[in-house]
Structures are given as C-alpha cells and as structure tokens.
Design a protein. Structure first.
Length: 348
C-alpha cells in the first residue's frame, strides 16, 4: 500500500514540478525534466531505497537552486517544489528506517540552502529575509523528521510513558495535547518573528504582548482552571512596553515549564508594582504535580531560566528560580523601570 502511495506521489511531483520549474523557475525544458525526474524517482523509491532516495532528493536541490533562483527572484533558498518533493521523500523514507539514518542527507540539504542564500553576489538581500528563509526551511526538515519518527515509533512511545511515568492511555494522550497546545503557541510566535524578518518596507511589526494579554495567556493553558492570576499594577499604562513584554515572556516561559514538568499542579501568577524601585515584581509558583511527572524544575540544563535571567538583566533587574520546601517551583523576578509620563489632557 505504501509503495503505491509513493508511486502516486512521484507522478504528482513530476507532473506539477516540471511545468513550474519551466514557467516559474525559468529552467530549460530538458534540465527541468531531468531534475524533476530525479526528484519524482526519489519520492517513488523512498519506501524501497530510503537512504538512497533521501540522498538523491537532497543532492538534486543543488543544481535546481543554483540554476533556477538567480533569475526567478523566488523568495525561498530553494524552489518550493523542490522543498515539497524533498520533504515527501523524507516522510516516506522515515517510515522504513530510523530518523537518525536520514540526518546526513537532511544536513546536506540545509548546507545547500545555506550556501545558496549567501551566494547571491551583488544582488544579495538584507540578512533578515535570509535568516527567515533558512529558519523556515530548517524547521520544515526538522518537523518532518520528528513527525515521521513519532508516527513510526508511536507504540514504543506510549509504552515508555506508561512504564516510566505510570501514565494511563488517557493521561498519555493528555500529555501530547499539552505539548501540541504549547507548540501551536510557539509556532504562532515564530510566524510573527519570521514575518518581521521577511517584511519589507511596507511590512508592519506584529503587536507585542504585554500585561493586558496575560489573561488570554492563562486562558489558553491546558489546565487554566488551576492557574490563579493576580495583577495589581495601579498604572499599567506607565509601564514601558519593553518591560511589560519582558514580564509577559518570563511568565510565559515559567508557565510552559509548569505544563511540561508539573502537569496538573496549581499555579499562582502574581504581577505587582514595587514602589521602592519603581519596578515590577513578577512571580510564578507551582505546587507539586498532581500526577506522575518529571522533576518540577526545568530539565535539560535550565536554558529557559537562563533566557529569563537575561530578559531581567536587560532592565537592570534580577531573577531567582528554585524549588520550594513543600514541593513545587518558584520563579520570581524584579524588573526596574522609569515610569512613562502621564498623558496630558487637552485644555478646554
């Protein structure tokens, strides 16, 4: 069944990719047919020869990108049809071999895209769109490998969750629902960042969140009913946007940690004004997880805490994070700022 699907996708890649390569990427007809035949063959043969197909799909990106894009003015580091064909090849190949076997051709494709981006000579664009292109392409490749690996090893993943964390099937599904919700929020923010990086003179910067968006942030959490939000800032309009944004990001990262490491725990978020500064005092405290989970604190070296400390340091503030005596975890930050002037009222 999988082989028939691969053959059908290969035919689609050839029938769609060749005309686009001629009309959009402006390749010669014979070169477009040759390269698209290789791409379609890689897609069709991926279930039978996964490693070879992945290498063929990666290496064909080189001549396609250098031959086409210098004259097409396309917005991607490689042609869109080439990216789609390569990603299809990776998906089909990863259903036959472990994702680690496809790392080398994937890295080769990223290298080709990187070299292509910085090989534009006098027509080289500004670095913002280039970074956005590379992040987009790298993200697509990484997401494809991760999704395919999860699908291929889903039974092993579920059994590992049940064995190591004593989770039932419903709780395991809830874990992945929490991860999916967090990932959707992260993807939304990444799209906003990429839009800013790619945006030209007419592009408008996406509005940045602040204290007013905290209720919506909490409401979007998987266990929002267990989160208490207390914002007591007398004059939020006098808090500079940069400080309000840092407070929002610190709270967002701390809540993400609670979702990952203390699912189901009660969480208290407080934002208060400190007259001694003046400054904002931000704290996120969670109790012990209500079901089997990893440590309450951040894992993997605490990179999230490092980022939160850097945000606080930008404003001359400080951030403390650590375990609570009764269980759970506390993140507390102080962000000094100079209050904005009060808006003047027009004279009558």
């Amino acid at each position: 069944m999988l082989q028939y699907l691969a053959l059908a996708l290969g035919v689609v890649v050839l029938s769609v990719g060749a005309p686009l390569a001629v009309t959009v990427d402006r390749l010669d007809v014979w070169l477009a047919l040759l390269l698209c035949l290789i791409q379609s063959a890689a897609v069709a043969l991926a279930p039978l020869l996964p490693r070879g197909a992945a290498w063929a799909g990666a290496l064909v990106l080189g001549p396609l990108s250098w031959a086409a894009l210098p004259t097409s003015g396309g917005p991607w580091p490689v042609s869109a049809t080439s990216m789609v064909a390569f990603l299809l090849t990776l998906i089909l190949a990863s259903l036959r071999v472990r994702w680690t076997a496809l790392l080398a051709p994937s890295l080769a494709a990223l290298l080709i895209a990187t070299v292509r981006i910085y090989d534009n000579g006098p027509t080289r664009p500004s670095p913002g769109p280039l970074i956005a292109d590379l992040v987009t392409f790298s993200g697509l490749v990484a997401l494809t490998l991760l999704t395919a690996a999860l699908v291929r090893n889903w039974a092993d993943v579920r059994s590992a969750l049940a064995r190591e964390r004593s989770l039932s099937a419903e709780e395991a599904s809830g874990e992945f629902d929490d991860i999916a919700a967090t990932a959707r929020r992260a993807m939304g923010e990444m799209r906003g960042l990429l839009a800013v990086l790619r945006g030209g003179e007419d592009a408008e910067a996406a509005p940045q969140p602040g204290l007013g968006e905290l209720p919506a942030l909490v409401a979007g959490l998987p266990h929002a009913e267990r989160v208490t939000l207390d914002v007591s800032v007398p004059a939020p309009g006098r808090v500079p946007e940069a400080v309000a944004l840092s407070a929002y990001r610190i709270i967002q990262e701390a809540l993400s940690n609670t979702v990952r490491h203390a699912p189901g725990a009660r969480v208290t978020v407080k934002v208060a004004h400190d007259d001694a500064g003046p400054a904002l005092r931000v704290s996120v405290a969670n109790g012990a997880p209500s079901r089997g989970a990893g440590p309450a604190g951040p894992a993997g070296g605490g990179h999230g805490i490092v980022g939160m400390r850097e945000r606080a340091a930008l404003h001359g503030g400080e951030l403390d994070a650590g375990s609570l005596p009764a269980g759970g975890f506390l993140v507390a930050a102080r962000l000094p700022y100079l209050p904005l002037p009060l808006p003047r009222k027009d004279a009558p």
